[in-house]
Each structure stands twice: as C-alpha cells, then as structure tokens.
Design a protein around this ligand. Structure first.
Ligand code: AHG
Ligand code: MN
Ligand code: MN
Length: 338
C-alpha cells in the first residue's frame, strides 16, 4: 500500500465532527463494526475449507433456511458491539425480536441502536460468490436509563445517523456514510488495516446495467415488466446490460461504481417484495442518496416510509438517479398496483 493512502483509523479521527453529538461514541461503534467484519471476513474466506457452510437446520422467523455462517456472523457482530458500551439494542435478520442490552451491561444508559443483516447473499457462500454485511445505526428515541423498546427500531430511514456495508469480495471493503458522503475502505488482509481506497463515492447519474431476478418476470407488476422491456429495447444507449449476482450488497456496489439500477419488486409470489426495510433497504437507501443516487419503493422514497414491523418487507428500486426515475415513471402508469 502506498504511504499516501489514509487508514480508516486516521480518517475517523480526522472526521470526528461528522458524528453529531457523538463525543467519540460513533467512532468507537464504527471501530467495533470493522473489527467484527475482520473476524467474519476470516471465516467467510475459509468457508470452502471447513465444515461450516451449508444449512444449519434452523429456519429464521421468515421461514428461510439459515446458513451456519449467518448465525456465526450475527453472534460476532452483536457480541463485538456489546463490548464497546455504546449500544442499547439490536435488531437483526437472524433474531425474531429486537435484542435489549440489559442494565447489567450498561445497556439502559447507552444511546445507539444497530440494525443488521449479518450476512447478505448467504446462499452464495457455497459457490464462492461475494457476500456482505449491512448495518444501520440510529440514536434511540426512548429515554436514556430505560430499556429500548419497539419505537427505537421503527424509525424512518431518514433518522439514520450512519449506515454501511462490508462486501467480502475479491477484496474486502467497508463502505459507509454518516451523512457526509460515502467513503470506501479496502482491507489489506496481511496487515488487518482498512485504507481509504474509494473517497467520496458517487453513483453515475445514469448507467447501462439493470439488475433484477428476471426469472420472476411473469410474476412482476406491469410497470416493472414495461421497464424491463424498455431496458432491452434497441435504441441510443440501449439495450442495457443485465447483471444480477443475487447478493444485494455486491449488486449495489457494482452499480454504484459503474452506474446502474437494482430492482427487487413485488411479485405475485412475494406481494410485499422480498427485501427487508429496516436492515437491507434503509441503509442502502441512505448510502444511495449520500452518493447522489436514489432509492424508492417504485413510488415513494424508501427513507420516508414509516416502518410498522421489524421484519417488514418492501419493494426496492435503487441506483443511478436517472434510471430509478425512469423505472418510477413506468410504475406511475399503474397507480392501482401501488
Ligand atoms: P439474505 O441472504 O440476507 O437473505 O439476502 C438475500 C437477498 C439479497 O441479497 C439478494 O439480492 C436477494 O435476496 C436475492 O433474492 P432472489 O434469489 O430471490 O433473487
Ligand atoms: Mn440480505
Ligand atoms: Mn442475511
């Protein structure tokens, strides 16, 4: 690594003021996330070697098979964050209900909550394809000194104080925002240090990539079908290229760098969509907006949706502004489908 590259630690210290009212707490929180990510990264990297891959036999609350590494990553992130004395509660894809950090662990007096998808794209592990972790951070709204409650977790995405993801890919990267743009850090695995490799990441205004699981085409709403046909039509810069990894983190990451749109719509099979508002769509939407992109449910901004349940699903359109707007214009032709 050239000397000129800033480390994540240096970056955090230099940008302390990005964390409003935080007095170093959010920096400690970020530090523990990056530490947990190193542990998970190490485990994900050797997934092909040890008998840790494959279904663990349990189903999560949404009836999906949990992979062993999902459970491992969940435990690592929650335990690492708990030890820093900052977090009063967690919500996770892998936990049926939110987790209250007990008073014995000082939880009632801490100010931040973390929502997490510990391992995103986990069905890709067995085939050596990139997976990720997604996180979202809020200040609690309940009074300090009490246990966290549901209202702390059901906040609008607009209230996020930080959000990001780790992609365990050909390189491992941390990409995050505190509301002052988006920065990407690449892990040098030999040193265990993250370097600022992608300062001020920006979605190109438009792009040529559309990412959607087209196998579900016949089940999609008419607006999405029409948009797919638009992407495929021979005209100016079209047809677009289709790219779908099946790991939201990886598909989003590629689209942010190259320009593109990712869509996981409703379908007759998944009438509310598949992705979870609180720990998949909200953090990605915050990142998208901070990187000059856009995120919506096809009609309204993701960050303005009032959540009603912890594991709520929502249709998701995210990426380059012009592409998301174009897709929305097709959705608007079928308002009754909203
Ligand atoms: P998770 O592994 O956390 O359950 O998330 C998988 C998600 C997302 O990462 C991906 O884009 C999408 O599911 C893929 O779904 P399909 O296989 O239905 O396309
Ligand atoms: Mn996921
Ligand atoms: Mn997951």
């Amino acid at each position: 690594m050239p000397n000129s590259l800033k480390t994540l630690g240096e970056y955090i210290i230099e940008n302390q003021t990005h964390f409003q009212y935080a007095e170093g707490e959010l920096s400690r929180l970020m530090n523990s996330i990056t530490l947990a990510a190193k542990v998970v990264n190490h485990e994900v990297n050797k997934a092909g070697l040890v008998d840790i891959t494959g279904a663990s036999g349990n189903e999560n609350i949404q009836g999906e098979q949990q992979q062993k590494l999902d459970v491992f990553a969940n435990t690592v992130f929650i335990n690492t964050l708990k030890r820093r004395d900052i977090v009063c509660g967690f919500a996770s894809e892998e936990e049926d209900d939110f987790v209250i950090v007990p008073e014995e662990e000082g939880g009632f007096h801490h100010k931040y909550i973390v929502l997490i998808d510990p391992l995103d794209g986990s069905s890709n592990i067995d085939v050596n394809v990139s997976v990720g972790t997604i996180f979202s951070i809020y200040r609690r709204v309940s009074p300090v000194g009490t246990p966290v409650n549901q209202s702390d977790f059901l906040q609008k995405g607009r209230n996020q104080v930080a959000a990001g993801y780790i992609v365990y890919g050909t390189s491992t990267m941390l990409v995050y925002t505190t509301g002052h743009g988006v920065n990407g850090f690449t892990l040098n695995p030999a040193l265990g240090t993250y370097y600022l490799s992608h300062p001020n990441m920006q979605f190109p205004q438009t792009g040529k990539v559309y990412s959607i699981n087209e196998g579900n085409y016949v089940h999609f709403p008419q607006g999405v079908k029409d948009y797919i046909k638009y992407c495929q039509r021979e005209e100016e810069d079209r047809p677009y290229t289709s790219r779908y990894i099946g790991s939201l983190v990886s598909d989003f990451h590629r689209n942010m760098i190259k320009g593109g749109v990712y869509i996981y719509p409703t379908s007759s099979k998944a009438p509310k969509g598949k992705l979870r508002l609180l720990y998949e769509c909200n953090p990605m939407a915050f990142l998208a907006e901070q990187a000059g992109g856009k995120a919506s449910d096809g009609y309204v901004s993701i960050l303005d949706i009032e959540p009603t349940e912890l594991h709520q699903r929502v249709p998701f359109f995210v990426g380059s502004v012009k592409m998301v707007e174009k897709a929305e214009s097709f959705m608007a032709m079928y308002p009754h489908e909203h």
